[in-house]
Design a protein around this ligand. Sequence first.
Ligand code: ACO
Length: 447
Amino acid sequence: QKDVGILAMDIYFPPTCVQQEALENHDAIKGKYTIGLGQDCMAFCTELEDVISMSLTVVTSLLEKYGVDSKQIGRMEVGSGTVIDKSKSIKTFLMQIFKENGNTDIEGVDSRNGCYGGTAALFNCVNWIESNSWDGRYGLVVCTDSAAYAEGPLRPLGGAAAIAMLIGPNAPITFESKYRASHMSHAYDFYKPNLASEYPVIDGKLSQTVYLMALDSCYKRFCERFEKLEGKPFLISEADYFVFHSPYNKLVQKSFARLYFVDFLRNASSVEEVGREKLASFSALSGDESYQSCDLEKASQQVAKQLYDTKVQPTTLLPKQVGNMNTASLYAAFASLIHNTHSSLVGKRIVMFSCGSGITTSMFSLIIQDGQHPFTLSNIATVMNVSDKLKLRHEVPPEKFVEIVKLMEHRYGGKDFVTTKDTSLLSPGTFYLTEVDSMYRRSYAKK
Ligand code: ACO
């Protein structure tokens, strides 16, 4: 098939949010979440919403807004790191949407591994369309997560969202699959071993280090593949934008700085003179030393700042405003780029870095083309309507946020309850949880 890629996208995030500045004041650590972690605001699910309701909302919205008949979907894959049921997939809940039209002929289930499931789902759909098994219909990828963390330093790293992406040929957002590179290994960096709790266990320091090591490894492999096929080296200058998995913005700044440092090590003349001077003293560090060096981190962030502002900053809006959306984070960063620059994206190359703890990572690149209505970049930006969705949010004070989190902790894994059904903050068309019955069966309604 020609130009297989993303035809259409939509995003949903809960209207309830807490400002990071209010939260850090509440926690008496002024500056840490905003300046230290680089975050602005954090969306969260109340008792009315979860990964299933958010994905029901976003899939329904995508089909409606792009005028796609639900019979035209032949494969649907869900990526999520949020566990509601250890067996029944989120995908099976989404089949309710297709029931009306009688379409039960849809392949695919859920992919789960940290924040990587969405990328696995995306690769599966792209591969399906490029394969002999393809039946001519669209693929649909759904990334849905509600990231909630225990009280303490991790709490500001939460977030929640669902993203749907329609996959098919002749797409405006196409894959350069030949350069795609992965790095997968075993690490106890972030995991969810306590099945009675929604919260992960995180080794913060290790988590940052393995993220940067995997980034290095993927980037080097990606560069090698590019050079082999294109006959010229890949350097940062070959791409217009870099989109990273974004648990918090400071890590994104560090990641881009790391690529700058790798470029400097591979080809010093490719970076500016000031960069060469500032980084020269770090060139003899071993790999391990370089991951631990705060001085290198600071110096490389400083010299990469100008390039960061043009090649990364336009991707940071939603991750900073919504928080860590786990599987949806990378694609929300990409959605931010479309929102900010859709009118000037045609012909541009975008490098994406997907990272799930455990650890599973891939780097791949996209090329933007004109597309045909309704599958154009400007229509995707219109449908996603990021500005209005951000404007319509309801800010909750930290005290209220803590109260809601306590209720959610109590409800996690529970049965035999009904929700308030107070949908006053939800936009029309939003799905919400109404009840979990005595057999743990979940019911949803649409506002
Ligand atoms: N004002 C301004 N800046 C501050 C302040 C303050 N009051 N306090 C701290 N900072 C800065 C620090 O200097 C540091 O900046 P730096 O990294 O540029 O040096 C930053 O804020 C974080 O401060 P730490 O002291 O390192 O904070 P802590 O030890 O509490 O750890 C965190 C922070 C984010 C919890 C980290 O340890 C962690 O766990 N990270 C990994 C978690 C994660 O989500 N990983 C992603 C894996 S994949 C996934 O998405 C699940």
